[in-house]
Design a protein around this ligand. Structure first.
Ligand code: CTP
Length: 400
């Protein structure tokens, strides 16, 4: 965390809006420079002047009603803050954020930020438990947004139940934890591989697998969010690489091996999430192979095991592998840890529908060399990547 981290607190129109001032004060006491952003309705409940006086900065409400400027204000703010906290967040705001609607300063800022986002909802219990609201929360969580869940208690509508804004202390301490985490890998070089490889038989035919690259790309994003220097080496995918990662596109296992060995020298952590082909064709025809009347047999030769190669001269690097299995997941994964001399393996059963290959979700076992295992639930690859990086940071912590 910087000495004075700059953060934004977004405020929506809930009765608990008066608590925003307290939340801002706690962040300030913890050394943060706080900028307040309000929705129009929130500014009817509490004066923007109060928040301007409290934060020492003009409060942003509407992108189109401010003084004309040559700067695009929400983009400038988005680029310079290290954390966005939305407290209280209404059901309406959750709906907008989950659907990508950007029709005021706060929802536009949310779309533009790359820093971590923390949301503390507050609303009537029926609205909070409404299926649509819960789906919106689930969706936002699956995109990596963190939540401080509301508490049960006396609500403004005189009902008792879930929906009361979490305590200001809980919201601020989760925010401070996220600020700490946003630099937890600062100064570390992380090399991540992703996607499938393609092994060509001739110029038009190739051998590949079902990997989409999503897991590796999400790991790269999460490592960037934690301040690491990230190099992402990927086989062919349909994905946009994270903007701040060094990106190397490869096609074959041989190209991936070359790129990994070249870049691994300066890496502190290597995560091999790529599904590298174990075989390539013994003969690669430079011209398209024509159909003939006879049956054809092709000879496959093994590719080099990149991770195993890294494991032989590991030094003090942290090496993390993946194990895509269809049976005996745990035992096969443990064998791979030993065989490849690695520090952690992420095992998943790729025969299970809806997780693993080509899916947005995953459910993995994070297995240590001593057999200790963290079993995750099925969740988005964004959330799985948080758990994997927490485990890696745990290893760093043990070593230091
Ligand atoms: N891997 C690698 N180089 C290869 C093959 C695999 O670096 N030529 C890495 C993968 O990126 C993954 C780990 O090794 O991190 C395990 O890959 P996996 O395909 O599950 O296992 P294999 O060792 O190839 O064994 P098998 O296919 O028999 O399960």
């Amino acid at each position: 965390m910087k000495a004075t981290p700059k953060i934004a607190v977004g405020i929506c129109s809930s009765i608990s809006v008066y608590r925003s001032c307290e939340i801002i004060r706690i962040f300030q006491k913890n050394g943060c420079d706080v900028h307040a952003v309000m929705t129009k309705n929130a500014s009817l409940l509490i004066s923007p002047l109060l928040l301007t006086a409290l934060t020492g900065h003009v409060v942003r409400i509407d992108s189109f009603e401010e003084e004309p400027s040559d700067k695009i204000d929400h983009i400038v703010l988005a680029k310079t803050i290290e954390l966005l906290v939305i407290a209280p967040a209404t059901a309406n705001m959750l709906g907008k954020l989950a659907s990508g609607i950007a029709d005021d300063f706060l929802s536009t800022l949310f779309l533009a930020v790359e820093c971590p986002v923390l949301i503390a909802p507050a609303m009537n219990e029926a609205m909070y438990l409404n299926k649509q609201t819960q789906e919106n929360i689930k969706r936002l969580k699956s995109h990596g947004v963190r939540f401080v869940d509301p508490e049960k208690g006396y609500l403004a509508c005189k009902d008792e139940g879930w929906g009361r804004l979490a305590s200001s202390g809980r919201i601020a301490s989760q925010g401070m934890y996220m600020l700490d985490q946003s630099i937890s890998l600062k100064g570390r070089a992380v090399l991540i591989t992703a996607g499938p490889t393609r092994e060509f038989m001739d110029p038009v035919r190739y051998l590949t697998n079902r990997s989409s690259g999503k897991m590796g790309f999400e790991l790269a994003r999460e490592a960037l969010r934690r301040g690491a220097d990230v190099t992402l080496i990927s086989g062919p995918t349909d994905l946009f690489p994270p903007r701040k990662a060094g990106f190397i596109a490869v096609t074959t296992a041989e190209e991936m091996e070359y790129a990994v060995l070249k870049n691994a020298k300066k890496a502190d952590i290597v995560i091999m999430a790529a599904a590298v082909s174990d075989y390539s064709f013994a003969k690669k025809s430079t011209a398209k192979i024509k159909k003939s009347d006879s049956e054809k047999t092709v000879e496959l030769v093994q590719t080099n095991d990149i991770l195993k190669n890294l494991g032989r001269r590991k030094g003090d690097k942290i090496l993390v592998g993946f194990a895509a299995e269809t049976e005996n997941v745990r035992n096969n994964a443990l064998k791979k840890i030993e065989d490849k001399n690695i520090d952690l393996i992420i095992a998943n059963d790729v025969s299970e529908e809806g997780i693993g290959f080509n899916s947005d979700d995953n459910k993995v076992s994070i297995i240590y060399p001593d057999g200790r295992t963290i079993q995750t639930e099925k969740k988005s690859k964004t959330e799985i990547s948080q758990e994997i990086l927490n485990a890696i940071e745990g290893i760093i912590g043990q070593r230091s």
